[in-house]
Ligand binder design. Structure first.
Ligand code: FEO
Length: 171
């Protein structure tokens, strides 16, 4: 059985992952509307991953005979000014998720709930990767700055159609 405090924290984490899903979906829409299909695809794919994260916790709570409580998901930000504005927000969100996961691990340990501690180790590892890939994208955008062709090329790279690869296959 889950301890009440752990159950509450896991339910809050489900909400946070669904919030992340919504945020990445909004980001995908932002890029779709600007015909940056590679970015849109990347964000859409990431939104799907966030749904998987939420459902992992959802199933775990049930497997421990816990009670899932779904709460309202706030409307995501959509008035971004630029690509790096979007990705900067995504990184900030990932950092909050990492802090939240760490706090639940700490809580589970203090409650002697080693099953939840063990379950959350997947998320601890996942967050290292999540922060790294979003930060990597942000660094690339910072390098590009206002150089629009750079943004175009990065978009193509994200869509899986890097020009260098195409040139090689054309020769
Ligand atoms: Fe599920 Fe990107 O954190």
């Amino acid at each position: 059985m889950l301890k009440e405090r752990v159950e509450t924290a896991l339910n809050q984490q489900i909400n946070m992952e669904l919030q992340a899903y919504y945020t990445y979906l909004a980001a995908s829409a932002y890029f779709e509307e600007r015909s940056l299909k590679g970015f849109a695809q990347w964000m859409y794919h990431h939104a799907q991953e966030e749904m998987v994260h939420a459902m992992k916790i959802y199933h775990f709570v049930h497997s421990r005979r816990g009670h899932v409580v779904l709460t309202a998901i706030a409307a995501p930000k959509q008035d971004w000014q630029s690509a790096d504005d979007v990705v900067g927000d995504a990184l900030e969100h990932e950092q909050k998720v990492t802090a939240s996961i760490d706090a639940i691990v700490k809580l589970a340990r203090s409650e002697g709930d080693y099953a939840t501690d063990s379950f959350l180790q997947w998320f601890v590892d996942e967050q290292v990767e999540e922060e790294e890939i979003v930060d990597d994208l942000l660094q690339k955008l910072n390098l590009i700055g206002d150089f629009r062709p750079g943004l175009y090329l990065l978009d193509r790279e994200l869509a899986g159609g890097a020009p260098a690869e195409e040139e090689e296959s054309a020769t």
